[in-house]
Design a protein around this ligand. Structure first.
Ligand code: SF4
Length: 320
């Protein structure tokens, strides 16, 4: 039986104990694909609160935007307060309930490198100074990471911190990125992965199976491509439709057919056979457990989803 290097196994191997990623969502953060800098309306599937609804409740984050023309970010004190508050809540919970005592601060919602440099540095410095924090994981886009930021993150690596950049790639096909209103093409992604890793920063690629206009060979080609570029981790999501998005309109108009669970599971089996054993497989499922989920319905219950996928994997001699 081949045992996949999940994030839990990786942390235990690397740190000698369990480590919990603490998701953080801060007021004022947005995305250049939402605020009109590169496009308007965001990716056609984006309804960002669906990624982290509990965080929004905890932080009471509102859509107040930072003004990037200012050198002084007036929201920074509030953001630092929210960071500490959310970290304290989650770390206490995981410590009391599961006895976990080490944490990676995960800047998750929107684009977490899209802010004035001083703001990013203040937030990352603060996060790394919180009790028992061993590193950061930062979700972003390939058009929002520059040399100054890589140098900063690389300086944390030199201090012994574990730093991950989680790049939303989704597909390597520019046609798909255009259909999904991604706001950037795939050019430069390979070089960015390489440059990121040269700084000692770990790269996690996010890809999606079931994007509009893609067949299975295209999905697997995206996987093959990011593996060839060089990655340390990967997250594979099924595409699901959330109410209020452009994808929901396409779905209701019969212009989009969601991926079936059987197809997704078969793709995951094929994918795990391709992914090198040293790459951390951070996620192979996704969904929304509330009424905002329109389709596919199998994305409603993550446990049922994972049970089905795990059974398929075991039939192929793979333990996830
Ligand atoms: S890049 Fe992320 S946050 Fe920005 S619009 Fe797309 S899904 Fe939403």
């Amino acid at each position: 039986m081949r045992v996949v290097l999940t994030v839990g196994r990786y942390f235990r191997r690397h740190f000698g104990s369990r480590v919990r990623k603490i998701p953080i969502s801060l007021q004022g953060f947005t995305c250049p694909n939402i605020d009109g800098s590169v496009a308007k309306g965001g990716c056609i599937y984006c309804e960002n609160e669906s990624f982290s609804p509990s965080l929004i409740k905890i932080s009471k984050a509102s859509p107040v935007k930072m003004n990037f023309s200012l050198t002084h970010n007036p929201l920074l004190p509030k953001q630092l307060e929210q960071l500490k508050e959310q970290f304290a809540w989650h770390s206490n919970f995981h410590n009391e309930k599961f006895g976990i005592g080490k944490y990676l601060v995960y800047f998750q919602s929107y684009t977490n490198t899209y802010a004035p440099f001083d703001t990013l540095k203040a937030l990352y410095d603060c996060a790394l100074g919180l009790p028992n924090v061993v590193g950061l994981s930062i979700g972003t886009r390939i058009d929002c990471v520059g040399d100054e930021l890589l140098d900063l993150l690389g300086s944390y690596v030199k201090l012994g911190k574990e730093i991950w950049l989680e790049y939303g790639i989704q597909s390597v096909y520019n046609k798909t990125l255009e259909i999904t209103n991604r706001g950037h093409g795939i050019e430069g992604a390979q070089e960015l992965f390489s440059k990121t890793r040269q700084h000692g920063i770990k790269v996690c690629a996010h890809i999606i199976y079931g994007l509009p206009g893609e067949d299975e060979s295209m999905m697997l080609h995206t996987l093959d491509s990011v593996i060839a570029w060089g990655i340390d981790g990967i997250k594979i999501h099924p595409m699901y439709v959330i109410a209020g998005t452009r994808l929901a309109q396409m779905f209701r108009a019969g212009e989009y057919t969601p991926i079936k669970l059987e197809t997704f599971s078969d793709l995951i089996v094929q994918s795990l056979k391709k992914i090198p054993p040293s790459v951390v497989v951070q996620r192979i499922s996704a969904g929304a457990h509330d009424e905002t989920l329109l389709a596919p319905k199998w994305c409603f219950d993550k446990n049922i989803q994972m049970r089905y996928i795990r059974d398929k994997l075991r039939e192929e001699g793979i333990e996830y």
